[in-house]
Design a protein around this ligand. Structure first.
Ligand code: NAP
Length: 255
């Protein structure tokens, strides 16, 4: 596991948007960020799930979060502009985005891949993080120390049979992260990185590996050190990296 001992209140005073915050890894990250002192904006498509995470964060006595319902499969540019305006009016700045929301699509050959599902996977996994980052850039620029985290996968660097649009979307996510990081490399106030979570017990993982016993792999809570490190001030200066949340590296390797 990536090693990082996050100081208490690491994210005090920071406002952080987490997409896909209602379930799986996004839910664990939203709660970890709230526990570390952040005001967390919970974005996702299923309001009841977001409300349950909201209640959990409130019950922990953390800062009151906010809920932003958005379906990345259906959203178009005006929806993103409306979201940015809302966040601007409410918070005036944004210190971080975790682009966690994602879908698996089909597990089948390219030859048989349904083009409609292909486009859906690209909209949610690639187009949404692109347009969300672009629309929120003015708010990120209001922060003295902003961090944007994209989420890749083990299939982001080497193609794998029958992983179709998901595999291609994660290559694209890595490309988007590296391109943006390169463009901002001389801007010390915004850093752009990615995390490869590694096999983690969630609904998506169970769908991809139905025969796997989930108790044999990492939980969403186990992998949070990498998510905390990249979101907080200890990763200042780290830019353009794709970190394995279950890898052998530690925060000290970046100091
Ligand atoms: P998950 O349990 O399926 O959660 C995915 C989250 O994304 C859910 O909150 C879901 O909302 C949200 N989402 C899906 N489609 C959406 C849409 N159209 N609009 C808004 N939100 C949407 O998956 P996970 O395993 O936590 O995955 C989180 C990220 O890690 C993904 O980017 C995934 O590719 C990546 N990843 C996971 C693993 C793993 O082993 N779990 C490995 C490598 C990479 P609903 O709850 O409303 O459906």
């Amino acid at each position: 596991m990536f090693t990082y001992d996050a100081p208490e209140q690491l994210l005090e005073g920071r406002t952080i948007l987490v997409t896909g915050a209602g379930d799986g890894i996004g839910k664990a990250s939203a709660i970890a960020y709230a526990k570390a002192g952040a005001t967390v904006i919970l974005a996702g498509r299923t309001e009841e799930k977001l409300e349950a995470v909201y209640d959990e964060i409130e019950a922990l006595g953390c800062k009151q979060p906010a809920i932003v319902p958005i379906d990345f499969d259906k959203a178009s540019e005006p929806d993103y502009i409306e979201l940015a305006n809302l966040l601007d009016e409410t918070f005036g700045k944004l210190d971080g985005i975790l682009h966690n929301a994602g879908i698996l699509g089909l597990r089948t050959s390219i030859e048989n891949y349904d083009p409609i599902i292909w486009e859906q996977v690209m909209r949610v996994n690639v187009n949404a993080p692109f347009i969300l980052t672009q629309t929120l850039m003015p708010l990120l620029r209001q922060s003295e120390d902003a961090s944007v985290i994209f989420v890749t996968s083990g299939v982001a660097t080497k193609g794998r049979a029958y992983w179709g649009a998901y595999c291609v979307s994660k290559f694209a996510t890595l490309g988007l992260m590296e391109t943006l990081a390169d463009e901002l490399e001389n801007d010390p106030s915004i850093r752009i990185n990615a995390i490869n979570p590694g096999g983690t017990a969630t609904a998506m993982r169970a769908y991809a590996y139905p025969a796997e016993d989930p108790s044999t792999i990492a939980t969403p809570d186990d992998i949070q050190p990498a998510y905390l490190f990249l979101m907080g001030p200890d990763s200042k200066g780290v830019n353009g990296q794709n970190i394995d949340a279950q890898g052998v590296m530690s925060a000290a390797d970046f100091s």
